[in-house]
Design a protein around this ligand. Sequence first.
Ligand code: DC
Length: 224
Amino acid sequence: MVKIIAIDGPSGAGKGAVGSMLAKNLGFHYLDSGALYRLLGLVAVRHKIDTGGNHNLTRLAENMDIGFEVRADGDNRVLLEGEDVTRELRTEKTAALASQVATSSQIREALLLRQRRFAKAPGLVADGRDMGTVVFPDAPLKVYLTASIEERARRRHKQLLENGESVSLRALEEQVRSRDERDMSREASPLVAAADAVELDTSELSVHEVVDTVQNIAILRGLM
Ligand code: DC
């Protein structure tokens, strides 16, 4: 049986940093499901397909040519139609597009199987908004990460600066707040903690502390 650890939560809660480190430590595969929504937003703009429409976008969600690579130095790279789009994927513009396409139930359905195909032996760490509730509802360990809005905006701000994008912290806080609102209030698979998820507030914790906590729970549950 493939061991699955589902990590959900709002943006900036630490899912990406925690999920990728956890996967590396455990020797598991890693799914950054947000990247699929971001890629779809990006490819739609490139092919001039209306991100508010549904039919063509759903077909694109099923067929888009994407790839995930882990480099020898442990760096994760994302490819779209053979081109490295890792940097473009992390911009605020792409995040907003992703949040928009993610509201459609047809698109979520089209991406469901693609996400499930990442579940391979020995295990998978999957991060997103509905990993524990919809995509992997039988996952033996579900984690829901949160953090204060101020701390999440501060982390996003740091990531964006590292990516060469300058946005004011105050504007970013507003953008994060409005994406949270859209992700939590949409009808299709809204962001919500699974009933059986372990909830962790990471506001005052380092990535290592969160990873250690999750690993200890994974040991208790016989996942490692
Ligand atoms: O985790 P992220 O910031 O890369 O996600 C980008 C957007 O994609 C986010 O606003 C909500 C959406 N998303 C989703 O609806 N379901 C997921 N499993 C992952 C991301």
